[in-house]
Design a protein around this ligand. Structure first.
Ligand code: MIG
Length: 800
C-alpha cells in the first residue's frame, strides 16, 4: 500500500502565510491569509473547533458524526492582540494563533502548553490520485502518550504508531492489522498529567501518525475534505471522553435484556435447532436472553425474507421462544440480490435507490446472495425507505437487528471502487468521501426503522462498521476474530479503546469467531466478557460442526462458565447504572487505568486491566495454564472480590488464578447493587435488591439507577436515582443515601451485605432505629447481612 510521506514526492505542499485580516462574529473568529482561511469556533470553555479553507473556500458545514442535541454552554471568551499572535481565551484555555503562519499553540490558563502545532495545517494536491490532502501536524510533548481511535487491535498507547481509517472487512485480523471495520478519527494525548482530545471530523480516508515517521511530530491527514477538528481539553481524560461523547451523541438506554447473555452462531437453523439451543439453556440453568439468526434464516440470502423450509413459521417460533424468555435478533446485510422477481430489488431499482458507478451503471458486486446491488444510505430518501422495510420483521416479533458486511464488503473487490457515486445528503460525492460512513448510515436507518416499529419497546442494534457517533443508535462487536489467547487480549484492548472512543456498548465474539477454542480459553473469554457491556458468544462453526455453547466443553468448564454468566445477571443493576451514566454523561463504561489514574505513569501502558464502571477493577487471565498473575492496583484501597482481602494500591499484586476465578477488585467504600439469581431478565419480579457495601475510610459515592428496563417511561421521569455516600471512619461505619424516586419497584427492602468491617458490631442503626445483630447476621465469609427498608436514609454501625 502506498503511504504518503512528508516529502513532496506526490505534489507541492502549501503552507499558510501571514494573517492579513481577521474578524469575529459571535463565537466564530476568522483569520485570512493569502490562500487559507482559519475559522476558530469557541464551543465551550474547553472545546474549540478549528476549520481551514485551504484555498479560500469553505465546504458545506455538515457532519454525520455530531449530535444535533449538543448544547453549546454559555461561556466567557474574548480575543487579545499581541505582537506575534492573536490570543483567543476562555475561562479554561488560551489559544494562540501565530500572525506569521497561522500555527496554533493551546495552553491552559496558567500558560502550561497542552498542544502545539509543529507545521500545523498544510495541504497538497495528491497528483497520483488527483485529490487534495489536508494535513495537520503537532509537536509530540515530552513523555506524551496517545489513546483512542476506535477498534485498532494494538497496544492502548498509540505512541510510535501510524494508523488509518478506511472501513475494511478484516476477516481473521491479527494484532496490528490496520485498518479494521470502524472509522473513529478521534485520539487523546496525555503528557505532564494533562489530557486532551482531538476529533478530526472528516469522512475521507484518515491517517494518524503518533511520532512514527518523525519522533517529535504527531500528524493527521485526510485524502480530501476539510481540515476540521475539535480540540477538547480535560485535563482529566475521562472528562475528555465525556465531552467527545456529548459532541458525537449519547445513546438511549438499551432494553435491559440486551445487557444479558447473547448466544449466536453462523448459523442456527432450522427452527427446531434454535428451539433446542434455547431449551438447553433453560434445562442446564444457564442464564441467557438473546438468540441470533445469522444469514441462513433468509431465502437465498435475500434481506427481509425467510427460508420457508428452515423457518416455516417465524412468528410462531419467536412467540415460543419469547415464552421461554428469549429475544430474537436477526442479521441484515446491505447487499440486495439482483433478482427480477424479488420485490425489494424491484422497488429499489424503480426508485433509483442503489449506488451507481461514475458512468451511471449500477454498482454490482458479489456477496452471499450472488450478484448484488447496494442501497445508497447516504441518501435520506433511501434511508427512509430502508427504515420502512423493518416493519415486517418487527411485526414478526424480531427485537433486534444485526448489520453486517457494511464497510461495505464485496467479495473479490474488497469494497466499492472509489468512483462509486453517493448522494451524501445532497452533495453528490464519490465513494472516497462516503466509504467511511456507509455502514454508519445503514445502521442509522436500520435503527430508526426498528425503533419506529417496535414502539413502545426499545430496539437493540449491533453493527460491524460505523463512523464516529454511531453509539447514538447501535452497539458494535469487534468482528471476525480468532480463537487464540492473543485474541483474548485483543478483545480486551479493543473494547477498552472503543469505550473511550464513544462506543461503550461493545463486545467480542466470545471464544473467537474463526477456529476452535479449548474449554480453558472459552472459559477465560467468558470471564472477560462478563465485564464487557455486550456479552455474546459467536462462532463460524457451520462447516466443521464444532459447537461453541457454554456447555460444549465438558462439565468442569460448564460449571465455571455458568458461574460467570450468573454473576453477570447478578451485576445487572450495577451494569445498567453504569450504562445510564454513559447515556447521560457520556462516561465510558470501560475505563483503561490510564484514564482513571492518569497521574500515575505506571498505568499509562496498562492493557490488561480496566475499570468496569465506578467500582470494579477487572483483569483477565491471558495465558493457558496460568496459575497466578500480577495485577497493578492504582491508588486507593481495594477488596479482592473472591475473598474480601484488602489491598493498598500503587503497587502490583500477585493473584492466584484458579480456573473458577479471575482477578476482580472492588473499590473500598463502594456500594455494589446486585440482583438475586435469574435465568433471564424480568424472569421474576425482583423482590429483594441486594446492596453489597464495602467498608472504606475515604468518602466514596456510588449510584443505583433503576427504571422499567424497557419502554420510554424513563423519558417522563419514571426512574429512580439513588446515591450512596460512605463516610466511615475507624470508629464507625456510616452510609448515607439520597434518592429521587418515581418508579415503583417490586422490592420493598434491601438486603445489606457488609464487607470488610474491621470490628464485630452488636447492632446496626438504621434511620435511628437500632437493629440488633446476632449470629444469624454474621456469615461464614465474614460479611454481615441484614434487611433495611427500601427508603432508608442512613445506616450507622458503631465499634462496640
Ligand atoms: O462473510 O453472516 O462478521 O459475524 O457470522 C462473513 C456470516 C459474513 C461476517 C460477520 C460474522 C457473520 C458472518 N459474516
Amino acid at each position: 500500500m502506498q503511504v504518503e510521506t512528508s516529502s513532496s514526492k506526490y505534489g507541492v505542499k502549501h503552507y499558510p502565510d501571514a494573517i492579513r485580516e481577521w474578524k469575529k462574529e459571535g463565537n466564530y473568529f476568522c483569520f485570512y491569509t493569502t490562500e487559507t482561511i482559519l475559522e476558530v469556533r469557541v464551543i465551550a470553555d474547553k472545546i474549540i473547533r478549528f476549520r481551514y479553507a485551504a484555498d479560500g473556500t469553505f465546504q458545506r458545514d455538515f457532519s454525520y458524526a455530531t449530535s444535533d442535541t449538543m448544547e453549546e454552554s454559555p461561556i466567557t471568551f474574548g480575543i487579545k492582540e499581541w505582537e506575534e499572535t492573536f490570543e483567543i481565551y476562555t475561562d479554561a484555555l488560551k489559544v494562540f494563533i501565530a500572525r506569521d503562519n497561522l500555527r496554533i499553540t493551546i495552553s491552559d490558563k496558567d500558560g502550561k502548553v497542552i498542544n502545539q502545532d509543529e507545521m500545523g495545517f498544510h495541504w497538497q494536491h495528491y497528483l497520483q490520485k488527483g485529490g487534495k490532502i489536508v494535513y495537520c501536524s503537532k509537536l509530540v510533548q515530552e513523555g506524551e502518550c496517545f489513546y483512542g481511535l476506535g477498534d485498532k487491535p494494538t497496544d492502548l498507547n498509540l505512541r510510535g504508531k501510524r494508523l488509518e481509517n478506511y472501513g475494511t472487512d478484516a476477516y481473521g485480523y491479527q494484532k496490528d492489522t490496520d485498518p479494521l471495520y470502524r472509522n473513529i478519527p478521534f485520539y487523546y494525548g496525555l503528557h505532564d498529567g494533562i489530557g486532551y482530545g482531538i476529533f478530526f471530523d472528516n469522512t475521507f480516508r484518515t491517517i494518524f501518525d503518533f511520532g512514527k515517521e518523525r519522533e517529535d511530530a504527531c500528524s493527521f491527514w485526510a485524502r480530501g475534505g476539510e481540515m476540521n477538528y475539535y480540540f477538547i481539553y480535560g485535563p482529566e481524560l475521562l472528562e475528555v471522553a465525556s465531552s467527545y461523547t456529548k459532541i458525537t451523541g449519547t445513546p438511549e438506554l438499551p432494553p435491559l435484556w440486551a445487557l444479558g447473555y447473547h448466544q449466536c452462531r453462523w448459523s442456527y437453523f432450522p427452527d427446531t435447532r434454535v428451539k433446542e439451543i434455547a431449551a438447553t439453556f433453560r434445562k442446564r440453568r444457564i442464564p441467557c436472553d438473546v438468540i441470533y439468526l445469522d444469514i441462513d434464516y433468509m431465502d437465498g440470502f435475500r434481506c427481509f425474507t425467510w427460508n420457508k423450509e428452515y423457518f416455516p413459521d417465524p412468528a410462531g417460533l419467536i412467540r415460543d421462544l419469547a415464552a421461554e424468555g428469549f429475544k430474537v435478533v436477526v442479521i441484515i446485510d446491505p447487499g440486495i440480490k439482483v433478482d427480477p422477481d424479488y420485490s425489494i430489488y424491484q422497488e429499489g431499482l424503480r426508485n433509483n435507490y442503489f449506488c451507481k458507478r461514475a458512468d451511471g451503471a449500477l454498482m454490482e458486486g458479489d456477496v452471499w446472495p450472488g450478484k448484488c446491488v447496494f442501497p445508497d444510505y447516504t441518501n435520506p430518501v433511501v434511508r427512509e425507505w430502508w427504515s420502512s422495510l423493518f416493519k415486517g420483521l418487527a411485526e414478526t416479533g424480531v427485537r433486534g437487528v444485526w448489520n453486517d458486511m457494511n464497510e461495505p464488503a464485496v467479495f473479490e473487490m474488497g469494497s466499492f471502487p472509489e468512483d462509486v457515486r453517493h448522494d451524501y445528503d445532497g452533495e453528490e460525492v464519490s465513494h472516497r468521501k462516503a466509504h467511511n460512513i456507509y455502514g454508519h448510515l445503514m445502521s442509522k436507518s436500520t435503527a430508526a426503522g426498528m425503533k419506529k416499529y417496535l414502539l413502545p419497546n426499545r430496539p437493540f442494534l449491533i453493527t460491524r462498521s460505523c463512523y464516529a457517533g454511531a453509539q447514538r443508535w447501535s452497539s458494535v462487536w469487534t468482528g471476525d476474530n480468532v480463537s487464540s489467547w492473543e485474541h483474548l487480549w485483543l478483545a480486551s484492548v479493543q473494547c477498552q479503546r472503543l469505550a473511550v472512543s464513544g462506543i461503550s456498548f461493545t463486545g467480542s465474539d466470545i471464544g473467537g469467531f474463526i477456529g476452535e477454542p479449548d474449554g480453558e480459553l472459552y472459559t477465560r473469554w467468558i470471564q472477560l466478557a462478563t465485564f464487557h457491556p455486550l456479552m455474546r458468544t459467536h462462532s463460524a462453526s457451520n462447516e466443521t460442526g464444532f459447537n461453541q455453547e457454554p456447555w460444549s466443553f465438558g462439565p468442569e468448564y460448564e460449571k465455571v462458565v455458568t458461574r460467570f454468566i450468573s454473576l453477570r445477571y447478578q451485576l445487572l443493576p450495577y451494569l445498567y447504572t453504569t450504562f445510564w451514566q454513559y447515556a447521560t454523561n457520556g462516561m465510558p463504561m470501560l475505563r483503561p487505568l490510564a484514564f482513571t489514574a492518569q497521574q500515575d505513569p505506571a498505568t499509562h501502558n496498562c492493557t490488561h486491566e480496566f475499570m468496569f464502571g465506578d467500582s470494579l477493577l477487572v483483569s483477565h487471565v491471558g495465558e493457558k495454564g496460568m496459575k497466578e498473575m500480577q495485577v497493578y492496583l492504582p491508588e486507593g484501597n481495594w477488596y479482592y472480590f473472591w475473598n474480601d482481602s484488602l489491598h493498598t494500591g500503587k503497587q502490583a499484586l500477585t493473584v492466584a488464578t484458579p480456573l473458577e476465578e479471575m482477578p476482580i477488585f472492588v473499590k473500598a467504600g463502594a456500594v455494589l447493587p446486585r440482583y438475586p439469581e435469574m435465568q433471564y431478565t424480568h424472569e421474576k419480579p425482583v423482590t429483594e435488591m441486594l446492596l453489597h457495601v464495602y467498608y472504606g475510610e475515604t468518602t466514596v459515592r456510588s449510584m443505583l439507577y433503576e427504571d422499567a428496563g424497557d419502554h420510554y417511561g424513563y423519558r417522563n421521569g419514571q426512574y429512580n436515582i439513588i446515591t450512596f455516600k460512605q463516610v466511615s471512619d475507624a470508629q464507625q461505619f456510616h452510609l448515607k443515601k439520597k434518592y429521587y424516586v418515581n418508579y415503583e419497584t417490586a422490592y420493598t427492602h434491601h438486603r445489606i451485605v457488609l464487607h470488610g468491617l474491621p470490628f464485630r458490631p452488636v447492632a446496626a442503626i438504621v434511620d435511628g432505629v437500632s437493629i440488633p445483630l446476632d449470629r444469624e447476621n454474621f456469615a461464614a465469609d465474614n460479611t454481615i447481612s441484614f434487611l433495611a427498608d427500601r427508603g432508608f436514609e442512613e445506616i450507622i454501625i458503631r465499634r462496640p
